[in-house]
Design a protein around this ligand. Structure first.
Ligand code: NAI
Ligand code: MG
Length: 357
């Protein structure tokens, strides 16, 4: 009998609850098919938590997350809370939860499904076989360095500071090597070592620990070159690891190789196997409550959880194969439909995927 794994479920706002409900059907189906055992506990988060508890991230929700092995998050936010002050904004809860749970990397897969590659702005033959993951450092770099404004000799100046220490670089690079090991065993470390001192430290650190992973093929790529290669030869990448700001930009670039935002999964990881899994998209207030949201991003986030936190590769394979099969059979939600009049709804898509598992 498999050990029972605890999943904290925070559905959030807008389409969050709709897409999370479909993802939980997949979790349940996995128990039936593979004999794994999961226990889920739900917590309030985001706008709904502001309305009911007066804060986007109630302590009890945080406690539920800390007790769990992994967190499944829908999405938060919406026009109702947009004019709230900072501490009463759903997005503040997102930053708070990452910090409180010690999450230091963001993992964004970019997978091109063959049957959807016509929908991309790139040529299908360039996209063929694209299946990569961007591992972005989340806690350091220029976003968190000292900032200041001052009067310089020729007027007002602003300063942003980029700081990285060896420990921060080493923990994320090791994580990326480990992820590469479970895949095609290729790691591209992206930096700007020809110009930036933080990048030189980054590259030195990568080279120092690389001998621990002799089975993984390592290449160093300068960030500007990486931006070009992602459009020229995306299928040649497996795992890309990079610092915070480069990762912010490259992960959005990589996401657009694949077409729809409704298909993109993500994870935020800390020490050990704990992780928070969520679709890349937001709460989509424009379509919330209509039952038409694409649940695939959240369902693929569950597959990512099974792979990265639990090591349940058989279950993850089954989910990913099922998604591909349903798409290959021509089923589409509105956001990815060629003919919107043929589109199916959120629950119908979820049902087809669990049937295909
Ligand atoms: P969004 O991702 O919610 O929506 C952008 C567009 O994509 C909309 O037209 C939406 O209908 C569509 N879309 C998104 N997910 C979809 C899905 N699963 N199926 C079909 N169509 C989908 O981004 P937007 O509009 O910028 O933000 C809306 C709210 O979400 C804001 O309050 C924002 O702050 C919040 N947000 C929350 C995030 C999170 O919880 N991690 C991330 C991004 C935004
Ligand atoms: Mg971004």
């Amino acid at each position: 009998m498999a050990e029972t794994k605890k999943i904290a479920v925070i559905s959030g706002d807008g389409i969050g609850p709709e897409v999370v409900a479909e993802a939980l059907k997949v979790v349940k189906k996995t128990e039936e098919l593979f004999g794994y055992k999961f226990e889920t506990e739900e917590g309030l988060f985001g706008g709904i938590a502001i309305d009911q508890k007066g804060t986007p991230l109630p302590q009890e929700t945080l406690d539920i997350c800390k007790k769990a092995d992994a967190v499944l998050l829908g999405a938060v936010g919406g026009p109702k809370w947009d004019s709230n002050p900072g501490e009463l904004r759903p997005e503040t809860g997102l930053l708070g939860i990452r910090k409180a749970l010690g999450l230091f990397s963001n993992i964004r897969p970019a997978v091109v499904f063959d049957c959807l590659k016509e929908a991309s702005t790139l040529k299908p033959e360039v996209l063929e076989g694209t299946d990569l993951i961007v591992v972005r450092e989340l806690t350091g770099g220029i976003y968190f360095g000292e900032k200041l404004r001052r009067q310089g000799e020729s007027g007002e100046e602003a300063v942003d500071t980029c700081v990285y220490n060896v420990k921060e670089v080493e923990r994320i690079v090791r994580q990326a090597f480990e992820i590469a090991r479970t895949r095609r065993k290729k790691l591209a470390s992206v930096d700007k070592a020809n110009v930036l001192e933080t990048s030189r430290l980054w590259r030195e650190t990568v080279n120092r620990i690389a001998p621990d992973y002799p089975d993984v093929e390592l290449e160093h790529v300068l960030v500007d070159n990486c931006a070009m290669q992602l459009l020229r030869r995306p299928s040649s990448f497996d795992v890309i690891v990079t610092e915070n700001m480069f990762g912010d930009i490259l992960s959005d670039e990589a996401a657009m190789l694949t077409g729809s935002i409704g298909m993109l999964s993500s994870a935020s990881l800390g020490e050990g196997s704990f992780g928070l899994y969520e679709p890349v998209h937001g709460s989509a207030p424009d379509i919330a409550g209509k039952g038409i949201a694409n649940p695939i991003a959240t369902i693929l986030s569950v597959a990512l959880m099974f792979r990265l936190t639990f090591g349940y590769h058989d279950a993850a394979d089954s989910i990913e194969r099922a998604v591909k099969e349903v798409l290959d059979a021509g089923h589409r939600t509105g956001d990815i439909a060629v003919d919107p009049s043929q589109a199916i709804g959120t629950t119908a898509m979820g049902d087809l995927i669990i049937a295909a598992m």
